[in-house]
Design a protein around this ligand. Structure first.
Ligand SMILES: *[C@@H]1O[C@H](CO)[C@@H](O)[C@H](O)[C@H]1NC(C)=O
Ligand SMILES: *[C@@H]1O[C@H](CO)[C@@H](O)[C@H](O)[C@H]1NC(C)=O
Length: 505
């Protein structure tokens, strides 16, 4: 949903958090040092509890550079822009070679395999990323790409594509492998991977998280995040990742409840995984939804989200908590938005998706660090709340000034959205909304509507009736706790001028 495309020139203050990624060492997160002020009902509010405790239930540690050797698999049927439905199964070996399997499907539940790609090559993790804090950059080189189609229909479709793109003469037969590209082979001048919008740019950005469950190291779970894939197919080959795809699970440590992990780990080039059959779940927005993790947005932003949908009135609220660090401990600012949304219509483009239109009419902003406070005071003039009146930790309504020029937010604002429902392996309801265009634009026209999704939100229960913040001054914003003191003590005053693209929903 909403993007606040704040193409403002912003002073960014690099806090102590940035330093932790420089030397290759173990970076550990500790419990969130924030106290939120959510009004009288906070103790009964599961949503706020879940947001506040994103990190402390499972302690997360991040190894930099990551030791990625092992077998990693998808835990769901993934959706890329287009749409493409796929499952990944990647082997990284300790001699720096890898074998990556990508299984492609006709349907959104990954029941009907159409073709599989096997990519071989070498990969070397390098230095900490300057694009995405907490990530590690890597160099990779491909040595070979093989294709196997699984049905006559898929073979025929691929044949047409490859004849056009690389003058393929050979006949593709289902169940037989075909070399699309190989380093040093006689065909290497003829790159047949182009016709499939194929790219392995995702290997340029890595992050490995280890979750320590209940202090018992034998139950630690490992997840591998690889770089994002550009939402525009033509840009995929040149894209430098600035975010992540859904994490892959380590075959050694995945949770026993992950039936999909088990199925995927046993698949190979000729035997693609077929996931357990399920129905599309009807879209039921009503209620509260919160982030499951600290989410990454292109640029230097980390955030958590909380949506509330009031079904009878078609009113929605979104609360966006922005942070400067990859474990969401150092808040920078928060935004509360409110508006209405349309009835959903089944998507004719994305199987299993529902199209909606969202409008924001009201908005409040709370600066949560000194840098954001000064930006708002210095740059906003009379187009963002009351001039010069911004104070650290104090919320202001920017509806009367029709948004906030310094943050690039104009009200009212309309976006064309794509939603779907899902379920995690423990049976909790999940809500997915559309991936934002990678180029930073806003899906403010129907043809810009997403064809893939952002990380899911999980359903939660809030005891609060009516507005959870909008219209109630001082309610529902982060109050600075120890987190800020830590920041203050270690403050590294590197002030940089950057052109920032901030993201929300
Ligand atoms: C790297 O290790 C893998 C698995 O042990 C092995 O199959 C492969 O041949 C090795 N490659 C090289 C170049 O040594
Ligand atoms: C950004 O992407 C959108 C949709 O993917 C496209 O419609 C738009 O033209 C692009 N804008 C720029 C400036 O490239």
């Amino acid at each position: 949903m909403f993007l606040w495309c704040y193409t403002a020139t912003v002073l960014v203050l690099l806090s102590a958090g940035w330093c932790e990624r420089l030397p290759p060492h173990l970076v550990s997160s500790s419990p969130v040092h924030l106290e939120k002020s959510f009004g009288r009902h906070s103790r009964l509010n599961q949503c706020h509890y879940m947001l506040r405790h994103l990190q402390d239930g499972d302690r997360i540690s991040v190894h930099m550079p990551p030791d990625i050797a092992g077998h990693w698999v998808s835990d769901s049927c993934e959706v890329r822009s287009g749409p493409e439905f796929l499952i990944r199964s990647y082997h990284f070996y300790s001699n720096h070679t890898f074998q990556a399997l990508q299984f492609y499907y006709r349907d959104n539940h990954c029941l009907e395999p159409s073709y599989t790609l096997l990519t071989q090559g070498t990969i070397h993790p390098r230095q900490a990323s300057w694009v995405v804090r907490g990530g590690t950059e890597a160099d990779f080189q491909l040595s070979r790409v093989l294709l196997v189609s699984h049905t006559p229909a898929a073979a025929e479709e691929l044949q047409v594509k490859l004849e056009q793109s690389c003058g393929l003469m050979k006949r593709l037969d289902p169940g037989l492998s075909y070399e699309l590209w190989a380093d040093g082979s006689e065909h290497s001048s003829r790159d047949c991977t182009r016709g499939l919008d194929f790219s392995m740019q995702e290997l340029q950005l890595l992050r490995m998280e280890r979750r320590h469950r209940h202090g018992d190291p034998t139950t630690d779970a490992e997840e591998l995040f690889l770089g994002d894939v550009h939402t525009e197919h033509a840009q995929r080959r040149l894209h430098k990742p600035s975010g992540y795809q859904p994490p892959l699970q380590s075959v050694k440590t995945y949770d026993a409840s992950c039936v999909i992990c088990q199925i995927v780990s046993e698949a190979d080039l000729y035997n693609p995984p077929v996931l357990p059959s399920q129905n599309d779940r009807p879209l039921r927005l009503y209620g509260n939804w919160v982030s499951r993790r600290c989410e990454v947005r292109p640029g230097v932003l980390f955030l958590t989200r909380h949506f509330v949908f009031y079904e009878d009135s078609n009113i929605w609220e979104g609360h966006y908590y922005h942070f400067s660090d990859p474990v969401c401990r150092h808040p920078t600012f928060s935004i509360s938005a409110r508006g209405h949304y349309s009835q959903g219509v089944p998507s004719t483009v994305v199987m299993g998706g529902t199209e909606l239109t969202f409008t924001v009419t009201h908005m409040k902003v709370t600066p949560m660090d000194m840098a954001t406070t000064s930006i708002l005071n210095v740059f906003s003039g009379d187009k963002c709340g009351k001039q010069g009146s911004w104070k650290l930790g104090v919320q202001q309504d920017v509806t009367p000034t029709l948004g906030c020029a310094a943050l690039g937010i104009r009200l009212p604002h309309t976006e064309y959205e794509l939603f779907r429902m899902g379920r995690d392996s423990a049976g909790h309801s999940l809500l997915f909304n559309g991936q934002r265009p990678t180029n930073g634009s806003s899906p403010d026209q129907p043809h810009k509507r997403a064809t893939s999704y952002q990380p899911p939100l999980i359903h939660c229960i809030s005891s609060q009736k009516g507005s959870t913040g909008i219209g109630k001054e001082g309610d529902h914003h982060f109050r600075l706790g120890n987190g800020y003191k830590t920041l203050d003590q270690h403050l590294v005053f590197i002030i940089v001028l950057v052109k920032l693209v901030f993201w929300s929903i």
